[in-house]
Design a protein around this ligand. Sequence first.
Ligand code: ACO
Length: 338
Amino acid sequence: MHGKIMGTGRCVPDKVVDNDYLSTVMDTSDEWISSRTGIRERRIATTESTVTMAAGAAENALLSAGLGIRDVDMILVATASPDNFVPGTACEVQAILNKEAEEVKTDPENPSGTYEACHAVCMDINAACSGFIYALSVANAFIQCGQYRNILVIGVETLSKIVDWSDRSTCVLFGDGAGAVVIGASEDGIFRHLLHTDGSMGHVLSCHCRDNNNPVVRNEVQTGYVQMDGQEVFKFAVKRVPECISELLEQNHIEKKDINYYLLHQANVKIIKSVAKRLGEEMEKFPVNLDKYGNTSAASIPILLDECNRSGMFKKGDKLVLSGFGGGLTWGAVLLEW
Ligand code: ACO
């Protein structure tokens, strides 16, 4: 047994903020942002939160899989921007899904509505922009060992609350949103993963904790915002991602010509073009939506996956490679059959 994607969903904020708007509130321009990154607009949470977007994406993924919350054995949430440290976002998603299901049962206009509680085991995973790939891999491992059958895997970020809006070199890059998949146990097809980490390079992309009011030990005041050495991140991504994808394909005796699509973390279109070139593959195999959403970190791959799925792009038997890279430093790839 191994994992298979049974359904996909997404939930993004209503508020669209384009580059021209940003140029009215800071010293930047559409030309600077779009020519260096490919980003034209992003969604910014106003009424939405990390938990409400995660739950919305989860509901859409369950609907697309034709499953109810009672069928879910585990909920994994990949995020670096939770609403709270405790409880974890996955636990809060379970609570929302159960509350909504209970409301259906007690709705006087729907007396036959049934309520079956979700008792899924819930946990969060923080591997920054690689978080969704890490969470998918954990889900696949639980399915392979036979412990769980259906796992909700959600990638969600509200990065707008942890970026420094006075730092134009980072804040223009990011956006908010959530994507989700249901992974079910299957004997058909393929599902393989490969993960890597280099903790010694953590400083090139970080978001430190804020100082607190501990009267015994006062730490140096830290910024509490995303900080990035953009050029180092660029060099890391364009080297490690193609290496990792090639390693995964070799391990599984699959040739690049057999891959239908590569869904990469949506950070920068130049990174995606460079990876395509280094793999010797055409850009047509690399769907891109970062022009509409910016970099949504752990949410970028599942949002893209859901858009591609709902557009009818994937056929049964297609082979996909998903690959994430980001803070940690972390990177990894998943090879799966649709
Ligand atoms: N608008 C206008 N000018 C700007 C802006 C802005 N938003 N931001 C920076 N500048 C200016 C700088 O001040 C600098 O000006 P100066 O030459 O007068 O000092 C100039 O533009 C060049 O700045 P650089 O930082 O050198 O710009 P660079 O060409 O490296 O592009 C970028 C920056 C787009 C971030 C690039 O390094 C990159 O794409 N790196 C990849 C990292 C990435 O995508 N990270 C996303 C998050 S990490 C992840 O998802 C894994």
